[in-house]
Design a protein around this ligand. Structure first.
Ligand code: NAD
Ligand code: RM4
Length: 252
């Protein structure tokens, strides 16, 4: 049923976005692999998608820049004719304590993580509305949208913003049968936290705080995204889906 889905995944050159793109590829989807300054990894994602039976094109664009976002959506529509599913996944997490947090890092984090979801979703939603066949928008939020972090005030604020942006979009776009949902991953091992996770104390604390006993991998997230893009989820909108091995269900 999903055989011919056209899927735009932002931040798909590596990590969770690559995992999501590959999961769609295994269903034969056509995928736009967005990234920022990550050509070599994006090329590898495209190769892996093609090996898995999908079709893909890499498109560099900074999701925080409206001109580049316009070009991204135009390129996608020229290449594939339509966008059925948008996965707003691009994100950054520069670690700084609140007292040392530079204004420029606050601005950039909010611009990429939150404004980026707004810009890409608005452009793609306008296309979906004009096309009149509904659509799916899925954002990668985080459990950090529900809990603070000593090194992550800016990141937590950006992810909390995504949650209510998604719920508000769900209301505006429901008349057009465009569903809007977010997944909220716990700690997933990717480049975003690779250095931080080299600290054995932090790693042990995170593992012990996860009832299922291990950190996440990109494929622990992609199944939920596929479900939200599937016909089975046609009545699901405005939902925030925690995927964290139980980490936010325990006080430990
Ligand atoms: P990652 O660093 O491996 O991948 C980030 C991706 O985003 C890359 O493809 C990169 O090119 C892209 N990107 C960065 N800035 C961009 C920009 N300005 N414009 C377009 N693309 C840009 O990290 P990841 O862990 O795979 O993160 C993916 C998403 O998952 C992020 O939104 C992150 O906040 C979220 N997340 C990650 C975790 C985790 O523990 N890894 C947990 C919860 C949520
Ligand atoms: C996530 C998660 C973790 C961290 C990443 C960078 O959203 O909550 O704290 O690994 O952010």
């Amino acid at each position: 049923m999903n055989q011919s889905q056209v899927v735009l995944v932002t931040g798909a050159s590596r990590g969770i976005g690559r995992g999501v793109a590959l999961a769609f590829a295994r269903q034969g989807a056509q995928i736009i692999v967005n990234h920022y300054q990550d050509d070599a990894n994006a090329a590898q994602t495209v190769q892996a998608i093609e090996a898995a039976g999908g079709t893909a094109q890499a498109v560099e664009a900074d999701v925080a820049d409206s001109t580049q976002v316009d070009a991204l959506v135009e390129t996608a529509l020229t290449a594939f004719g339509r966008i059925d599913v948008l996965v707003c996944n691009a994100g950054i997490c520069p670690f700084y304590d609140f007292l040392d947090l530079p204004e420029a890092v606050w601005d950039r984090t909010l611009d990429v993580n939150l404004k980026g979801v707004f810009l890409v979703s608005q452009r793609v939603a306008r296309h979906m509305v004009a096309r009149g066949e509904g659509g799916r928008i899925i954002a990668t939020s985080s459990i950090s949208s529900m809990m603070g972090g000593t090194q992550q005030a800016h990141y937590c604020a950006s992810k909390a913003g995504i949650n209510l942006l998604i719920k508000s979009m769900a209301l505006s776009l429901a008349p057009h049968q465009i569903t809007c949902n977010a997944v909220l991953p716990g700690t997933v091992e990717t480049d975003i936290n690779r250095e931080a996770l080299q600290d054995p104390t932090l790693r042990q604390k995170l593992e012990q705080g996860t009832p299922l006993g291990r950190l996440g991998q990109p494929d622990d997230i992609s199944g939920a995204v596929l479900f939200l893009a599937s016909p089975a989820a046609s009545w699901v909108t405005g939902s925030l889906w925690v995927l964290d091995g139980g980490a936010t269900s325990t006080l430990q």
